[in-house]
Design a protein around this ligand. Structure first.
Ligand SMILES: Cc1cc2nc3c(=O)[nH]c(=O)nc-3n(C[C@H](O)[C@H](O)[C@H](O)COP(=O)(O)OP(=O)(O)OC[C@H]3O[C@@H](n4cnc5c(N)ncnc54)[C@H](O)[C@@H]3O)c2cc1C
Length: 509
């Protein structure tokens, strides 16, 4: 790696376990999760404010569980509401498909939420501000790095041009689609060749009754349009730009008014932007002490509402692996499983989004008529047009028990009553839940199903173990199942895969 930290007006007086470059939702979640584990983090963010233009409007149950683990679920719920139906309709208003978002998800929350991204980003930043071991540097941009054996020197440049070099064990680039970290690593992108220009308009309804109650994709070849809720008191429209339409002119208030007119909605326009929707994946997400996460590693068209969600899953995956390295002495090679686990899942969501996008974005009336006929016939027959199915983490080279059918699935967050949740009862870390119980081993929380804290969930957990015909389950800190079996086998395999010292016979049966 070439040294990019040349020049002499540099102060070198900082140290951190990890530098997070970029404090969008992904960098902020990563910094929170690392901070909660006691790691020393410096987070660089070149702007002072959260990103001002319209972006994510949807996240799923898994992400709500992450917000819960960070301690901001209540604050997030001020900016989010469970998602209603997601309907695809044609130009005549006929229902082509209802992409059911479901009710309660396996993660113990509603299956999906519609939300206002700046509100959630502010909640994340407020959480970070309360962590003494996380230093947030607003107005400081990542501008270069030099690898130096057991660490990496990261250069941060302030608005006045002053430079600081931070000596860190790892640098994670969470600096978005135009990632400077990715460029400095020299990593290229795989391109799905999807490239469509859309105008996005966020509004505040004066009259909430004047905007649709459901989320809509209007598959009208004259102007494909999206219309979705965005959490309490907000509503969004997205309009595909037609060939020849000038993106700058599309931002003109008169043009926006004309597009909104047919909706008869009484709204105030809050903000608007034109984007090109892409499908891109970085070829390499790790190079030694350098890592990429979120939009820096991949970008998707928004039709499945999963870009930020995928990035937050990256952050969760990296956070527990870095935690194991720093806190429990796991081998650095554990990070080799990061891209191996995350890329297949991310690609599956990008492919779903592109498939949905191609359904929506058709501008040829004949092609659109054929699509409508096929989708209406499928709906009449009680079936649906098959969509690519998103998959969980890649298991082949991941930290999972090979051949175990439960491995790589989400361990359910059981909820007792309305709001007593399993994760709150047990707390963070790796769980070894066993019908019998036993002593903890370093880095593993060993629980018996009869333990007091599990009492409200005992029946549900035992039913889950019955289904797997298992004695015990080892649940990773990201709440994916590592594997099932006996406690002894699981602990030994876990320690082996993480490169930890073998347990001293505590689990011998
Ligand atoms: C119209 C639209 C709709 C979307 N809808 C959804 C949706 O419904 N659901 C969903 O999950 N996703 C959605 N997305 C995608 C989602 O918004 C992004 O995936 C998400 O914001 C990416 O987060 P990030 O933290 O990786 O990057 P960003 O949010 O881009 O944050 C990167 C941060 O890094 C900072 N930065 C950049 N360079 C530097 C540097 N050199 N040094 C320091 N800081 C730097 C930037 O200022 C920024 O704050 C949508 C996107 C668009 C455009």
């Amino acid at each position: 790696m070439t040294n990019q930290n040349d020049g002499d007006d540099v102060s070198m007086n900082e140290r951190a376990d990890i530098v997070v470059a970029g404090l969008g939702p992904v960098g902020a979640v990563l910094a929170c999760l690392l901070g909660q584990q006691g790691l020393n983090v410096i987070a660089l963010e070149r702007s002072h404010e959260v990103y001002p233009l319209p972006r994510a409007a949807h996240f799923d149950h898994e992400i709500m569980r992450v917000f819960q683990s960070i301690g901001i679920a209540d604050e997030v719920l001020k900016h989010a509401e469970p998602a209603g139906p997601y309907e695809f309709r044609n130009a005549k208003g006929e229902l082509l498909m209802d992409a059911q978002l479901g009710e309660r998800g396996v993660s113990g929350w509603a299956a999906s939420y519609m939300f206002n991204q700046p509100g959630v980003e502010r909640a994340l930043r407020a959480r970070l501000a309360a962590m003494a071991n996380v230093s947030v540097r607003l107005g400081q941009a990542f501008t270069g790095f030099a690898e130096a054996g057991d660490h990496v020197d990261v250069t941060a440049t302030g608005e006045d041009g002053s430079r600081t070099v931070i000596e860190a064990r790892y640098l994670v680039g969470c600096d978005g689609a135009r990632s400077a970290v990715r460029d400095a690593m020299g990593v290229g992108l795989d391109d799905y060749q999807f490239d469509e220009p859309w105008l996005v308009v966020d509004t505040i309804p004066d009259d909430p009754e004047s905007v649709p109650r459901v989320n809509l994709q209007i598959c009208d070849p004259a102007r494909p349009t999206t219309c979705v809720r965005m959490g309490p008191g907000r509503h969004r429209w997205e309009f595909m730009l037609l060939p020849g339409e000038d993106p700058d002119r599309a931002l003109d208030p008169d043009f926006v008014e004309t597009l909104l007119e047919p909706w008869n909605a009484r709204v105030e326009i809050e903000r608007r932007a034109v984007y090109r929707f892409h499908g891109l994946v970085a070829k390499q997400w790790r190079d030694g002490r350098l890592l990429l996460a979120g939009d820096a590693a991949h970008q998707t068209p928004p039709f499945a509402g999963q870009g930020m969600c995928s990035g937050i899953r990256d952050a969760v995956n990296l956070a527990w692996k870095l935690g194991e390295i720093f806190r429990n002495g796991a081998e650095d090679a554990l990070l080799e499983t990061y891209q191996a686990e995350r890329e297949p899942c991310t690609r599956s969501y990008i492919e779903l989004a592109i498939h949905m996008g191609r359904l929506v974005c058709s501008l040829d009336p004949e092609v659109a008529a054929q699509r409508d006929a096929a989708m209406l016939a499928a709906a009449a027959a009680g079936t649906e047009i098959p969509l690519p199915q998103p998959c969980g983490p890649g298991r082949e080279h991941g930290v999972f028990v090979p051949g175990d059918s439960a491995a790589g699935t989400i361990f359910p967050q059981f909820v007792a009553g309305d709001s007593v949740r399993l994760d709150d009862a047990i707390g963070p870390g790796t769980w070894l839940i066993d019908r019998k119980g036993g002593a903890d081993t370093p880095g593993l929380r060993h629980l018996a199903t009869s333990d007091r804290e599990l009492a409200p969930f005992r029946e549900a957990i035992e039913a889950w173990l019955d289904e797997q015909e298992a004695q015990a389950v080892l649940v990773r800190p990201d709440r994916y199942v590592f594997g099932t079996g006996t406690a002894g086998e699981l602990a030994e395999r876990w320690q082996g895969m993480l490169g930890l010292a073998q347990p001293g016979g505590v689990f011998a049966e």
